[in-house]
Write a protein that binds this ligand. Sequence first.
Ligand code: ATP
Length: 349
Amino acid sequence: VEEERLQKMKFKQYPNLDKYQVLEQMGEGAFSVVYKAVHLPSGKDVAIKILRKFQMDQQQKQAVLKEVTIMRQLKHQNCVRFIEFIDSPVYYYIVQELVSGGEIFTMIVKYTYLSEDLSRWIITQVAHSIRYLHEEVGIVHRDIKPENLLFEPIDFKPSANPIAKLRKSDDPNTKKDEGEFTANVGGGGIGVVKLADFGLSKQIWEHNTKTPCGTVGYTAPEIVRDERYSKEVDMWAIGCVLYTLLCGFPPFYDERIETLTEKVAKGQFTFLQPWWDEISDGAKNCVSNLLTVDPKRRYTIDQFLEDPWMKLESKSVPELAIPSRVPSRAKVSHPIQSQNQGGHSSKYS
Ligand code: ATP
């Protein structure tokens, strides 16, 4: 069966990648392509990020090596696990565990928005990965967005879907004429969520110590200060992600980059009607504490995990479902999709 599967794959074999057979493309970046591949000796599937060295300058190559250095240190169930790095004359290969469900971004686009329980399920896992990065490894991620959150799918029975009842308009007993929006809830739930793409991450502490990088004791106050504040960049991004999970569009959006930048700088966002009408005050309060312009007043990772909305008991975790139907408010033209055809949002930090 394995032979047959490989036979069907027409992908070229990459040089110096003998142990692996590339299977299919899963994603793409500016200089890279991410493929699903199989590790031939074990038969296990992996993900390989293949970077075209010949298109990169010295600085960009350094950035890849830094990404690898950071990834090597990470051992946490909510961070994509690094397997190996292969440096060939033409390509860099970063071999990682395969996270088979794909991006959370795709789930938002597919289902328009996610229920409060499912959003909490996702963001709690993101928070655990960030607490690990900030407190134990000494790294700020700096690029948290739904495209960089991957998940393992889990199967669940549609009948056991408790989430569908959380919002009035999601109630499966409501009129059937909304049935055209019924999502496929049989299987394909969101299980373990993993943070990916450490390409923009920055090391602020030496691994396993609470001392800054560089010569200890000689670090200037402004550097220490910058390190302290830089963690807050991730908290802001978590706020943007949580907002987006709950309603399906990002808190800050404008076609003009200048206007968008201004809105972000001033923290100008609203809980737009009618999309936010049925979302709880607890969730709004939590988002507001993350999207606080003053970094000193913004939630820290520990404050976020202690937030009352975050501590609400989710029902039947991990049997968390996508809302079983998109509510009527989704029929009102979508603020982003109508402008942008649901394209990737650009501003998270
Ligand atoms: P960008 O330029 O967007 O930052 P990148 O070149 O840094 O991209 P990644 O973000 O690491 O590359 O990966 C690109 C995409 O490939 C991801 O968004 C995801 O869809 C897919 N991908 C990456 N790593 C994995 C993985 N371990 N398992 C499954 N899919 C993955």
